[in-house]
Design a protein around this ligand. Structure first.
Ligand code: TXA
Ligand code: MG
Length: 352
């Protein structure tokens, strides 16, 4: 299959191209498109065949359902049993935006789309191109991140090309996504409400509206959790695991820098190639085969934007080990640290 590339500038949207992409989705095809978080791989959520193709293209396990994207909050009502008050408050305050909410669905959606669960994950994205596409399609679009299962989510169209070229119908290229990590996933169908995946909407901001919102233990775990604790299907699947061994070093910045230097040295003495994911404040202090700064430790927005792309890049450099620094867990930092911990397979070293 030849994958069509459609460049669409989000400031001057070419509605002919949007129409073209929308037609592909309405005919059961697969179109990757930008959202404010990461690129998604879109398919008609009401078409079971299209959903099967979606899972196949991503090589995604069939028991891990995609997020359903809608043009606006009103479109939620036919798809769900009811909208609890707290959920409505979050919808009002955070949609459109990087927040996914879990609902009990109304069984109008094919079983394939919801992986036979009685709940459904929904979000209304803010990105202008995603909005234009959703409006044109005028039905729910299932869109998991547009990467091969097990790879970091794509933040530029080239990442989608690298993973899915030849196995999907089209890719809309609108440049780099704004946020760089996926949406925050919140489940209000349970008591107390749980944050299942930290992401683009900070926990602190959600807590202001839902004061009993708790972090699922998986969000901050430092070890592999036992199976019974999983409450999001995505939690039990192996996430991004680079070819190289990843070691995450946590602690104060001075301690982390010293520890990483020592570890790098000992790997080098064994003749191994070392990559370091550093920050602007520390990168000059390191000696390794590859040193990349994710940005300033005081600019979590930049670190989130760079994270997935840099993980892909450093992996392509064929290092044997990647040493990563911990950063603050506040705001977007919680999502960044969660992705780094997962990438390390919970190989975490405390530096003191
Ligand atoms: O930012 C994002 O959310 C991106 C963009 C494209 O919108 N999408 C995304 O989708 O990250 P995906 O499919 O890669 O991740 C969806 C996550 C998975 O961890 C999945 O297990 C969880 O949401 N999920 C889906 N349905 C669920 C449900 N009914 N209950 C709990 N978790 C669910
Ligand atoms: Mg994903």
């Amino acid at each position: 299959m030849k994958t069509l590339l459609l460049e669409i500038n989000q400031k001057y949207i070419d509605h002919q191209k949007i129409q073209y992409a929308a037609n592909i989705i309405c005919r059961g095809g697969l179109v990757a498109f930008p959202t404010e978080t990461v690129y998604g791989l879109g398919a008609d959520a009401l078409n079971a065949k299209a959903i099967s193709r979606l899972f196949e293209a991503k090589k995604r396990p069939f028991d891990n359902p995609p997020i359903i994207h809608l043009a606006d909050a009103k479109a939620v009502y036919p798809l769900v049993m009811h909208v609890p008050k707290k959920t409505r408050q979050l919808m009002e305050q955070f949609w459109p935006g990087p927040l996914t909410l879990i609902f009990k669905h109304s069984k109008t959606i094919p079983n394939e789309t919801v992986a036979n669960l009685d709940t459904i994950a929904i979000r209304v994205p803010k990105h202008k191109v995603a909005q234009a596409l959703l409006k044109q399609v005028n039905r729910p679009i299932a869109a998991p991140s547009a990467n091969l299962s097990g790879k970091p989510s794509p933040t530029i169209a080239q990442h989608v090309i690298d993973d899915l070229n030849g196995s999907i119908d089209a890719i809309i290229d609108s440049g780099a996504t704004d946020i760089g990590v996926e949406s925050t996933v919140v489940d209000l169908s349970v008591e107390p409400p749980l944050l299942l995946r930290p992401g683009g909407t900070p926990y602190e901001a959600l807590k202001k509206v839902i004061d009993d919102l708790e972090l699922h233990p998986f969000v901050q775990t430092e070890t592999e959790l036992i199976f019974e604790k999983f409450s999001s299907p995505g939690m039990k699947h192996k996430h991004y695991a680079p070819k190289a061994e990843v070691i995450l070093v946590e602690g104060s910045i001075q301690a982390v820098q010293a520890k990483i230097s020592t570890i790098a040295q000992s790997f080098k003495q064994n003749g191994q190639r070392v990559g370091i994911l550093a920050t602007d404040e520390t990168q000059l202090a390191y000696h390794a085969d590859v040193v990349k700064s994710l940005g300033s430790r005081f600019n979590l927005d930049a670190i989130a934007q760079n994270l997935f792309g840099f993980l892909r890049e450093i992996d392509a450099k064929n290092v044997d080990v990647i040493l990563a620094e911990s950063i603050s867990s506040e705001g977007l930092g919680l999502a960044i640290m969660n992705r780094l911990r997962k990438a390390s397979g919970y190989h975490i070293i405390k530096a003191e």
